[in-house]
Design a protein around this ligand. Structure first.
Ligand SMILES: NC(=O)C1=CN([C@@H]2O[C@H](COP(=O)(O)OP(=O)(O)OC[C@H]3O[C@@H](n4cnc5c(N)ncnc54)[C@H](O)[C@@H]3O)[C@@H](O)[C@H]2O)C=CC1
Ligand SMILES: O=C(O)C1=NCCCC1
Length: 338
């Protein structure tokens, strides 16, 4: 395995500084990024990240992210820096969410990730960040599901996905790779979207015009929409269903009804993030537990049934660890002359 720690960053000749590497840092497009993404490294790295976040001891530095709403465009820009001490990884993602982009033939989520040298701050690599965001978000849901859903070893699970966009598609792919899924039920607010995604996924997938019908028999549920109102109601759920709530409508928690948050066991990627971004639920007394605390064994999933929710917020650390894996894979291939 190539020793990537020796790769110097690009430090240009600033006043009083010395020239380290004259060439500019590599820039990877989304297509190139995709070639270096692998579930089998990404999911375990995400689980380790979750565990480290929950140790709350500066192993992971990720301040509250800056969220700048752009109301005129029905959009937002987020700035998400992170430092991971264990791997000496420093990165920052700047991501935009323009929910009307579909009409322009563009992804709603566009991003750039800068990977820095953790020892000197020089830029090591710049990457388009749409695929990074897509993959790392699904990896977070897989990592959460692995640790929260009690029947994870069961065969022939039923997966329901609310939404038919980028996240809906990647979640279907990731969940089929990790779990024994016999059926994928898809609902979308525009039925044609659900039909189109089913076509891409093949015989395993079936579109549903009705939300309740779609969700009712599901063991696993993913919500990945911009819906401002709930697309899942507690009364529809199997008694031990697991939900990964990924989308952001008017808030992170607009896809599930309040009853779900009140009656289910609710897990998050980061408590610090939840206090900021799930403020109204927090103030209403809803209890959140970090997935990492379950991985570390300091908290547990209630053993005797009940619905579990992974409320995905998204963390800079997820982008940082993904960028590091991409960089390492890129250097490995480069050193092999590929
Ligand atoms: N938790 C996290 O870390 C991340 C969350 N997201 C969020 O996930 C969601 C999906 O993102 P993408 O799949 O990339 O976007 P996308 O644009 O590809 O898909 C959006 C989906 O929402 C549906 N939708 C749009 N307006 C709707 C409405 N008013 N009611 C119901 N459904 C509606 C669309 O038909 C489509 O199925 C977004 O809310 C996005 O902000 C995205 C990336 C990371
Ligand atoms: O974590 C992210 O990246 C995002 N989270 C919420 C919506 C935009 C992207």
């Amino acid at each position: 395995m190539a020793d990537t720690s020796k790769v110097t960053s690009n430090l240009s000749n600033t006043t009083g500084g010395s020239r380290d590497t004259p060439s500019p840092p590599p820039f990877l497009t989304n297509e190139e990024v995709k070639r270096h993404l692998h579930w089998n490294t990404l999911v375990p790295a995400t689980e380790t990240l979750f565990a480290n976040v929950s140790r709350h001891n500066e192993l992971v530095i990720q301040p509250p992210r800056l969220i700048m709403p752009i109301s005129q465009q029905n959009a937002a820009l987020l700035c998400m820096p992170a430092y991971l001490a264990e791997d000496n990884v420093l990165a920052c993602k700047v991501v935009t969410s323009f929910r009307n982009n579909a009409a322009l033939g563009l992804p709603s989520i566009l991003a750039t990730v800068i990977l820095f040298d953790g020892s000197n701050g020089g830029t090591k690599m710049i990457m388009e960040g749409t695929e990074i965001t897509t993959w790392r978000t699904a990896a977070a849901s897989v990592a959460a599901t692995k640790n929260l859903f009690r029947r994870i070893k069961d065969k022939d699970l039923v997966l329901a996905i609310m939404g038919s966009g980028v996240q809906a598609h990647i979640h279907a792919q990731a969940f089929m790779s990790y779990f024994s899924i016999k059926e994928i039920r898809i609902w979308n607010h525009r039925f044609a979207g659900a039909e189109a995604l089913c076509k891409r996924l093949g015989d395993i997938a079936k579109p549903f015009p009705d939300k309740e019908e779609c969700v009712k028999p599901a063991d696993l549920i993913v919500t990945a929409t911009y819906s401002p109102t709930p697309v899942v109601h507690y009364d529809w759920l199997k008694s031990d269903a697991h939900i990964n709530a990924v989308g952001f409508g008017v808030s992170h928690h607009s896809e599930l009804d309040e009853n779900t948050y009140r009656k289910a066991s609710v897990f998050v990627d980061s408590l610090d993030g939840a206090k900021q971004e799930l403020k109204s639920l927090h103030e209403a007394g809803i209890k959140f537990t970090e997935v990492g605390a379950v991985i570390n064994g300091t908290e547990r999933v209630p053993p005797n049934g009940g619905v579990t929710v992974f409320q995905s917020l998204g963390m800079g650390g997820e982008d940082a660890i993904t960028a590091k894996l991409i960089f390492n894979d890129y250097m490995k291939h480069k050193n092999q002359g590929k």
